[in-house]
Design a protein around this ligand. Structure first.
Ligand code: GTP
Length: 598
């Protein structure tokens, strides 16, 4: 295709506003995907994604389209991940497009992630086409939503398209708008190759598969290429496009989107955001905006049985092959034995990995409290980044102790404003802005310590707003705070895996709450169990479990033998997920309970 007939676009939307459904419908209307395939949402790859209703990996599909003007166009739909944790990947996908469809649910309106994604798109100078979806529903209010888009985003929504991704109404008009309203790619076909990587994954047969968009120049199979950030060189073995299946091509040039393989063994060598150039005729400068993704939330992952250590390690390695943002290293805990310290982009990312470990790899895990990365300036003048409370230096060596802050935007109906303020204040938030879009829609902006939202913020916000709030956040800076390390002791022995870093004002309350939860969830033993919370040498909370008097099976003696066996089996199953700490058996629930603090 001529460059002037290429259109590269993304669909941006808040979760559940219909992005995947619209993508499917576009593939169907253009004849790319038939009835049979249509049943599965084509652009979502993993089962888990479908279940959770989020798209984790960005993908691209080439759609041939004959427009009403009689010309043949090539549309490249570049899919973007839908969650705040993955905003860097979203930004690289958007940077590879000239335009975006902004899908807004006409029964819901503008939500936090709609706005976040629109700002990203506008940052990249994308042309944005507003699309009002779900107009088949009786509760759709396209006129009100139009006005909302104009007021909140400042986009002209008078020409916004009215669509039902479900029934297909209005979808042909969307295709025409893509061709008419979005600009074609710009670039120099004769300049040295510059292509932007916007996704990469590991394939067990091909090695790393790289998805990219050519900005300048041309690439062909056999070309020697160089990754500009790592300077590593490879030779292109396969070059192709997805349409929707993989099809090999002889070359890709300005504005085109495709994939390549080049015997790349590690995902680290094809990082999202990097620039691919020709190794023999390299470009002077990479494309702008590359930054290696950094893990922001860490936790310990331990097998419940020491014998499962190797299996867990190999599961983690397999997951890492496909997820450059996920990293881990071996770690030992006195309490939990051999395990791993793992880093994630955010809480959702962490949950997804934990769930995949349990589901796909059948790992029995004990996970420790998630922690953010703290910054410590030592009295000697050094700077440390602490991702594990166990590694915190002695308080006497700490000059400045700082924690990461986020800027958070919460969208909600006006009636919940009071509840949201209360929650954010409790979480040490600083109110920055409150904006009423209408009497029943408010945007509230707070700056909050990241650590405060890691634990239970999302659940709390949900219940404080009956699920009507949506939020978006970004990490902004580090700020000094009065932080302490809170330790938990069981029968006088510190349980390293339960140590946390916390603000001094909250230590007492938290210590008490954890001690109480531990007491309740540790089964009674034949001896007394004392649970304590301490800051340094100072004990700030204490709970005790008196010894158990009778053997549990005693009451079954003389009774039904199957009942006795059942009881024993139940005990055995319960044991599977226990950890022996000194002489005390601690079930996984106790760890989980200790981590939940509301
Ligand atoms: P994420 O993948 O989580 O970002 O969600 P999404 O934006 O892709 O939403 P998805 O396409 O999965 O649609 C969410 C829900 O809305 C699904 O139950 C769809 O069937 C439904 N839906 C999507 N479009 C329409 C529409 O035009 N009309 C109606 N009635 N329902 C729709």
């Amino acid at each position: 295709t001529k460059v002037s007939n290429i259109r590269n676009f993304s669909i941006i939307a808040h979760i559940d506003h219909g992005k995947s459904t619209l993508a499917d419908r576009i593939l169907e209307v253009t004849g790319l995907v038939d009835e049979r395939q249509k049943r599965e949402q084509f652009l979502d790859r993993l089962d888990l994604e479908r279940e959770r209703g989020i798209t984790i990996k960005a993908q691209a599909v080439r759609i041939p389209y004959k427009a009403n003007d009689g010309q043949e166009y090539t549309l490249n739909l570049i899919d973007t991940p839908g969650h705040v944790d993955f905003s860097y990947e979203v930004s690289r996908s958007l940077a590879s497009c000239e335009g975006a469809l902004l899908v807004v649910d006409a029964t819901q309106g503008v939500e936090a992630q709609t706005l976040a994604n629109v700002y990203l798109a506008l940052d990249h100078d994308l042309e944005v086409i507003p699309v009002l979806n779900k107009i088949d529903l009786p509760s759709a209010e396209p006129d009100r939503i139009r006005q909302e888009i104009e007021e909140t985003i400042g986009l002209d929504a008078s020409t916004a398209l009215e669509v039902s991704a479900k029934t297909g109404v209005g979808v042909p008009a969307v295709l025409e708008a893509i061709v008419k309203d979005l600009p074609p790619p710009k670039g120099d076909p004769d300049a040295p190759l510059r292509a932007r990587v916007f996704d990469s994954w590991y394939d067990s047969y091909q090695g790393v598969v790289v998805l990219f968009r050519v900005v300048d120049g041309t690439v062909a199979p056999g070309d020697p290429i160089r990754m500009m950030s790592t300077k590593k060189e490879f030779e292109v073995t396969q070059l192709g496009i997805f349409s929707p299946d993989a099809v090999q091509v002889k070359r890709l040039s300005v504005g085109e989107v495709g994939f390549l393989t080049a015997s790349i063994k590690e995902l680290q060598d094809a990082r999202v955001g990097d620039t691919i150039t020709h190794a023999k005729k390299p470009a002077d400068k990479p494309l702008s905006g590359f930054k290696p993704v950094k893990a922001m939330v860490f936790c310990g992952l331990y097998p419940t049985e020491p014998s499962e250590y190797e299996a867990l390690k190999s599961a983690l390695e397999k997951l890492q092959l496909n997820d450059a943002a996920f990293n881990f290293e071996p770690e030992t805990s006195q309490a939990l034995g051999f395990g791993f310290r793992a880093g994630f982009l955010g809480m959702l990312h962490m949950e997804i990995i934990q769930e995949r470990l349990e589901r796909e790899f059948e790992a029995n895990l004990i996970t420790t409290a998630p922690t953010v990365v703290y910054k410590v300036e030592t009295v000697q003048g050094g700077t440390l980044f602490i991702d594990n409370p166990a590694k915190l230096p002695d308080p006497s060596e700490i000059a400045v102790f700082s924690e990461p802050y986020v800027r958070m935007e919460i969208h909600a109906p006006g009636e919940y404003v009071g509840n949201i303020f209360k929650l954010c204040e409790e979480k040490r938030g600083l109110q920055k802005d409150v904006r009423y879009l209408s009497s029943n829609r408010v945007i509230i902006t707070y700056e909050l310590p990241f650590a405060e939202i890691v634990f239970d913020f999302f659940d709390r916000l949900k219940s404080a707003t009956r699920g009507y709030a949506s939020l978006d956040y970004e990490i902004i800076d580090y700020r000094p705070a009065d932080l302490v390390k809170l330790d938990m002791l069981i029968n006088g022995e510190p349980v390293d895996a339960l140590s946390t870093i916390i603000h001094r004002d909250k230590a007492q309350q938290q210590g008490r709450a954890i001690a109480l939860k531990l007491k309740k969830s540790i089964p009674r033993q034949l001896f007394e169990v004392v649970v304590q919370a301490s800051i340094g040498q100072k004990i700030i909370a204490r709970e005790r479990n008196p010894p158990m008097r009778k053997n549990v099976t005693a009451k079954c003696y003389g009774g039904d033998i199957t009942r006795k066996r059942k009881l024993l089996e139940k005990q055995k199953a319960g044991k599977k997920r226990m950890k022996r700490m000194g002489n005390v058996e601690i079930p996984q629930e106790a760890f989980l309970a200790a981590l939940r603090t509301n």
